[in-house]
Write a protein that binds this ligand. Structure first.
Ligand code: F6R
Length: 606
């Protein structure tokens, strides 16, 4: 994870680097640092904590420079201390580099370099790169030294180098970690994500894997890892209609929860026609031809979206679907049949686990990727992709990308159904009509946010929560529980209502809060019994159900209601309450909601 930024040009590099790092803080915020060259010497400023602390220090020192590199860190190797903060250097402080990724063979390299008397000043894997390059520079010119260095490294890396002796040089390298380069009017920019530099440029080079960018003043060239020059086309950057500002909301998370109706509208519009009951999400018909199984690969919140999607794919498309955590998939010893279609879901499009999982089947099986980032690694590595149109999601806790993924899976399964004649036209039109109503119904739920805020004030001091759901709302319980854990640091666990009696019911005691997702659907009668069983044992019941359900109301200490909807569509509404509940609990507990401890938005390590 981590975010890196580089700039060389006419402006003060410090302003551009700090602005870029602020936008990349979603990738990690344990510590931040910059490096630049002054009078043929590398200067570094590094601070433990967030980018604002680094900015304070830079402002105090009134630094003006026209070339610099910067880094915001999510610690992997070495604690989040000042010494481990990037940029890192060689023994003589002639090189400074920033790194996003992991060097898997760093220990072996570190031992080798130590035997050659290199002195290390951090516990990071990154520092070996500086010393390795230093070692190479003793024998080879700069370009050859870069090639020798990067070809020895195993793992993933996006790197930016500057050199005390060559102040007009900046080198960028990409392998398995994202890196974007852009140029405008003689100014050059690097960033882990286009979001870090999109205010300054209209076009960018989204570097493919194994690319080196050699920037000398304002001249730049691209090379592969063998040293051969290559051409990469610049692409126009799509500026999103969603702004990267809080728009008066206290946190990005709350703003993004409220953006869900719009994100769903944007995601589904122009992809179906109610009049003739057709769906076209922009994927080729051949992808569905002859498939007899679907496997969804994803992590975290995207995994929960996949679980909900699996009910759509099985019920509407009639194809058996399993959902597998990407991080577990590589351990499976399976010979996948060609008739299995894979769907990879990742909002960031950078999740290393998911990327690794799809690489395992790439070239053998058909893969459709669902992401929110057009130029992400997963988008680019999949032959077929469909985008959610949510705009950037800044809060680490995913909300609007989740519901948009679910909306896209709904359409995808209807397109599959259409192609396989599984549902008839009338049934498809009915489902599309119901989907179209969802954004307005969601707005209705959002209008009740003050009710959730009030009940959060009653429950925020509880030390653990249980969530239950059944069938299509079981993944909603899992997602609600994940949201609560992530941002409030309260321990919670989600179970299928039917599993309570198989063990977890022993956790229930007088006053244990139990959140039950129990709207009107095929599982409702059974979950009512599960709620009853918990209540009898002292649980305090917070339920999310359908308006007018007097039975559920009588069992609940607090009940939040959704309007009656098609049973397949209730997760769009029930999850909004669960998201808001987690948000207001966290708000009461005074934690950093948009940037919870230990997390990062884009998980580029396995
Ligand atoms: C939770 C959350 C994470 C991500 C997970 C996968 O709020 O954001 O659990 O869902 O890291 O990320 P993507 O979807 O980018 O692959």
């Amino acid at each position: 994870m981590c975010g890196i930024v580089g700039y060389m040009g006419k402006e003060n590099a410090m302003d551009i680097i700090i602005n870029g790092l602020k936008h990349l803080e979603y990738r990690g915020y344990d510590s931040a640092g910059v490096a630049f060259v002054e009078k043929k010497k590398i200067k570094k400023i590094r601070e433990k904590g967030k980018v604002d602390l680094l900015k304070k220090e830079i402002d105090k020192l009134k630094i003006i420079t026209h070339s610099a590199i910067g880094h915001t860190r999510w610690a992997t190797h070495g604690s989040p201390s000042k010494e481990n903060t990037h940029p890192h250097s060689d023994c003589k402080n002639k090189i400074a580099l920033v790194h996003n990724g992991i060097i898997e063979n760093y220990l072996e390299l570190k031992n080798l370099l130590k035997s050659k008397k290199h002195k290390f000043s951090s516990d990071t894997d990154t520092e070996v790169i500086a010393h390795l390059l230093e070692e190479n520079l003793k024998h080879y010119p700069i370009f050859d030294s870069i090639l020798n260095t990067i070809n020895i490294l195993k793992g993933s890396f996006a790197l930016l180098f500057i050199f005390a002796d060559y102040p007009e040089l900046m080198i960028g390298v990409r392998k398995n970690s994202p890196l974007v380069f852009a140029e405008k009017d003689g100014d050059s920019f690097f960033s882990s994500d286009i979001i870090g530099i999109s205010t300054y440029v209209d076009r960018a080079y989204f570097l493919e894997d194994e690319t080196i960018v050699f920037l000398n003043k304002s001249k730049f060239s691209f090379f592969d890892f063998k040293g051969a020059e290559k051409k990469i086309p610049a692409k126009r950057i799509e500026k999103s209609s969603f702004f990267i500002e809080k728009k008066g909301f206290k946190h990005f998370m709350l703003k993004e929860i409220f953006e869900q109706p719009e994100a769903i509208r944007e995601t589904i519009q122009d992809r179906y026609s109610i009049e003739d009951g057709t769906i076209n999400i922009g994927i080729d018909k051949s992808l569905f031809e002859g498939i007899d199984k679907i496997k969804i690969l994803s992590c975290g919140t995207s995994y929960h979206a996949g679980l909900i999607g699996s009910y759509f794919l099985e019920s509407f498309g009639g194809v058996e679907t399993s959902v597998i955590l990407s991080s577990e998939y590589p351990y499976k010893e399976l010979k996948e049949k060609e008739t299995t279609l894979f769907i990879a879901i990742s909002q960031s499009g950078e999740t290393a686990d998911t990327l690794k999982a799809i690489r395992k089947v790439k070239g053998k099986n058909r893969i459709i990727a669902i992401t929110n980032v057009p130029e992400s690694s997963i988008t680019r590595e999949s032959d077929n992709y469909v985008l959610t149109h949510c705009g950037p999601e800044i809060s680490v806790a995913a909300t609007k990308t989740f519901t948009s993924q679910v909306a896209l899976l709904f359409l995808l399964s209807l397109q599959l159904s259409q192609q396989k004649n599984a549902l008839n036209k009338k049934e498809i039109i009915k489902l599309l009509e119901e989907l179209r109503k969802i954004p307005v119904q969601m707005e209705g739920v959002l209008n009740k946010s003050s009710l959730i805020e009030k009940s959060a004030s009653k429950f925020y001091q509880k030390e653990n929560f249980l969530y239950i759901g059944r069938w299509i709302n079981y993944p909603v319980a899992m997602e609600g529980s994940l949201k609560l854990k992530e941002i409030s640091y309260i321990f919670s666990e989600a179970y299928s209502g039917g599993q309570l009696k198989h063990g977890p019911i022993s956790l229930i005691d007088e006053g244990t809060p139990l959140i039950a997702i129990a709207p009107e659907d095929r599982a409702k009668v059974k979950i009512l019994s599960n709620i009853e069983e918990a209540k009898t044992r002292g649980a305090e019941i917070i339920s999310i159900g359908t308006k007018g359900d007097s039975e559920l109301l009588s069992l609940s200490d607090v009940m939040f209601s959704i309007p009656p909807v098609n049973e397949f569509l209730s997760p769009f509404l029930t999850i909004v309450y669960a998201q808001l509940f987690a948000y207001y609990i966290a708000l009461r507990r005074g934690v950093d909601i948009d940037q919870p401890r230990n997390l990062a938005k884009s998980v580029t390590v396995e």
